[in-house]
Design a protein around this ligand. Structure first.
Ligand code: SF4
Length: 121
C-alpha cells in the first residue's frame, strides 16, 4: 500500500511506499509542457529535412485517416488552433494535422509510427 502526501518543498502530491519517508519518495514526473517557439523551429526543420531526404514520401488517405483517428481524441491535440489546422502540444512535436501526411514522421509519444507507403512524384 502507498500513501499520497503533499511535500511542502514540491507543493505536489508524491507517492510514499512502505518503508519510505516523504523525503525519500522520488518527486513526481514533470508535467508535459508545450514546445517553445525555438523548439518548434527545430522540430519543423528536422521534419522537413527527413522528409526531403527521403524523397518527400506521403502516406495514403487511409493511413492519414488512421493517424487522425489517433490524434483527434489525444489529450495533447488542440484541433481549433492555427486556423483549424490544429496543434499537437506534446513535447517534441508542435505539429499541425499536415504532419500526418508525411510518411517519415511519427508521433513523438509513440502513438503512431512513421510509415513510408507512397512516394510523391
Ligand atoms: S502526434 Fe501524438 S501526441 Fe501529438 S496529438 Fe497526435 S497522437 Fe497526440
Amino acid at each position: 500500500m502507498s500513501l499520497r502526501i503533499i511535500r511542502p518543498d514540491l507543493a505536489v502530491p508524491v507517492v510514499v511506499k512502505p518503508g519510505q519517508t516523504a523525503v525519500d519518495a522520488p518527486p513526481p514526473p514533470e508535467p508535459l509542457r508545450e514546445p517553445t517557439v525555438a523548439e518548434l523551429a527545430v522540430n519543423f526543420t528536422g521534419a522537413m529535412g527527413r522528409w526531403i531526404k527521403a524523397g518527400v514520401p506521403v502516406v495514403s488517405a487511409e493511413a492519414y485517416a488512421a493517424r487522425s483517428a489517433i490524434c483527434s481524441p489525444c489529450e495533447h491535440w488542440d484541433g481549433r488552433a492555427r486556423l483549424g489546422l490544429g496543434k499537437c502540444k506534446a513535447p517534441g512535436c508542435g505539429c499541425t494535422s499536415l504532419k500526418r501526411w508525411l510518411a517519415t514522421e511519427s508521433c513523438p509519444l509513440g502513438k503512431w509510427p512513421a510509415t513510408p507507403v507512397h512516394q510523391a512524384v
